[in-house]
Each structure stands twice: as structure tokens, then as C-alpha cells.
Design a protein around this ligand. Structure first.
Ligand SMILES: Nc1ncnc2c1ncn2[C@@H]1O[C@H](COP(=O)(O)OP(=O)(O)O)[C@@H](O)[C@H]1O
Ligand SMILES: [Mg+2]
Length: 235
């Protein structure tokens, strides 16, 4: 059984009179440890697809099985736990909290985990700090741990966001145009970090992009147009 199974997934927005068909019967299987690029023009449904896979949104119809679990039947609390413990998110605009410094941003998923699950991992604030620092080191940002995020460049901010996505040891990383706000050098730096994580920890990576060159770093490319998968190629 595939790790992720989407069957006839439909997502519509809007009202009966004014419906947007964002996804039209998506069928897709993703295996553990794959690194996949999702390519498509603006408005083709890439973010909608990623948000559904990331349990940030629910489909209008269809079935979604994640790691053996029927997501379409899950309650909100259960979805919040899956998001926090199994999924790491990276967004185009970094989505860091500007009132927090670098290390506090990376600590956040661990702090939230304690709120959601209780202190099942027996994490005190020193352990949380040391875990956050470990992941900041992985992206070569540990020396900026106490800086304000607003004092960092875009490339640096995205590296912090990658550390935040990794700190809970997710099974899967969902990256929605993670290089969309970066120059070429910083873009490939981020992609290299994602590829390394994928190779060394078998973490599944789904990377939304409209950059063909970046997509080629992945093992598989899925192309979507008007809410439909029109091509799926293994490289
Ligand atoms: N919250 C929303 N409400 C209404 N329409 C939306 C919403 N989110 C996305 N859409 C529409 O769904 C389609 C797919 O959007 P999206 O998944 O964001 O595409 P992409 O990420 O490929 O640019 C577009 O037509 C977009 O306008
Ligand atoms: Mg998008």
C-alpha cells in the first residue's frame, strides 16, 4: 500500500452559482522516501493539492489515505496532531514569526507539540533549545540563533524555515514554491538541503515549483493543468 494515496480527489471553492474547480479527480500515489516535484502554471491547483496532502484543507470529495489512515474521516484535533508530528511545511514567503528571534521560531513546533499532546516526549525548555539548535546547525544558521528574523536575508530566512520544518522529525516535507522569493544561488542552496534530507533520512519531499530546472533535481515530476494531473514522469 502506498504511503500517500489520493483517489478521485475533487476540490471546489465558492458557491453553487460561482464554483471554482481547483482539483478535478486527482489520482496519485506517493511512496515513502520519494522526492517529487509538482509543476504547473499559476492557478493550476498546485497549492490546493499540497494543502490537502498537508491536512491544512479538506477535499470536496474523494478519498485520501495517509500512512494507512483515512484522512477524509479525521476530526480537526487529529489532523492538527498529524500536521504537527508527521509533516513539515515550507512556504514561499517563509512565514516566520517576526516577533520571535531565530531560535524561538524553530522551537515553536516543539512548544506546540507539548500543548497538543502533553509532554509525552518529556521535553523541557533546555532540550527544546538544544533540538532547535541542532537543526539550525544543519542549515548552517546556528550562529544567528539570537538574531531577529527581520535582520536576515531571504535565503537565510528560508533556511530558518527549513530548520523549523525539520525540528519535529517529520515523515514528509511539503514545500510550496520554497525558492519563489530567492535568487538562483539561494534557490539551489535550499534545494540541496532538501535533497540531502531526503537522501539521508528517507523523508518524503513534495516540492511545488514552476522552475523546470529545480524540478529536475527530483526523482519524479508531476505536471498539473487546470486541476488535473496531465503528466507523471520518473527521471
Ligand atoms: N480559498 C480560495 N477560494 C477560492 N478560490 C480559490 C481559493 N484558493 C485557490 N482558489 C482557486 O483555485 C485555483 C487553484 O489555485 P491554487 O491551488 O492556488 O493554484 P497554484 O498554486 O497552482 O497557483 C485557482 O483558480 C484559484 O484562484
Ligand atoms: Mg500556489
Amino acid at each position: 500500500m502506498s504511503y500517500i494515496q489520493l483517489k478521485d480527489i475533487v476540490k471546489q471553492y465558492g458557491t453553487k452559482e460561482d464554483t471554482v474547480h481547483a482539483l478535478n479527480k486527482i489520482n496519485l500515489n506517493i511512496e515513502k522516501g520519494e522526492m517529487i516535484a509538482v509543476l504547473g502554471t499559476s492557478g493550476s491547483g498546485k497549492s490546493t493539492l499540497l494543502n490537502l496532502i498537508g491536512c491544512l484543507d479538506k477535499s470536496t470529495s474523494g478519498k485520501y489515505i495517509y500512512d494507512g489512515k483515512d484522512i477524509t474521516k479525521c476530526e480537526d484535533k487529529e489532523l492538527a496532531i498529524i500536521r504537527n508530528t508527521k509533516i513539515g511545511f515550507i512556504f514561499q514567503t517563509f512565514s516566520l514569526i517576526t516577533d520571535y528571534n531565530v531560535i524561538e521560531n524553530v522551537e515553536m513546533p516543539l512548544v506546540y507539540r507539548k500543548l497538543l499532546l502533553g509532554n509525552t516526549k518529556k521535553l523541557d525548555k533546555y532540550e527544546i533549545k538544544s533540538l532547535a539548535l541542532k537543526y539550525l546547525k544543519k542549515v548552517d544558521m546556528d550562529k544567528f540563533a539570537n538574531k531577529k528574523v527581520t535582520e536576515l536575508s531571504g535565503g537565510q530566512q528560508q533556511r530558518v524555515a527549513v530548520a523549523r520544518a525539520l525540528v519535529n522529525s517529520p515523515d514528509i516535507i511539503l514545500a510550496d514554491e520554497p525558492t519563489g522569493s530567492l535568487d538562483k544561488e539561494n534557490s539551489f542552496n535550499i534545494i540541496k538541503i532538501l535533497k540531502d534530507i531526503n537522501k539521508t533520512t528517507n523523508t518524503t519531499v513534495i516540492l511545488v515549483t514552476h522552475d523546470e530546472e529545480i524540478a529536475k533535481v527530483c526523482e519524479k515530476i508531476i505536471r498539473i493543468e487546470d486541476g488535473c494531473i496531465v503528466q507523471s514522469v520518473s527521471l
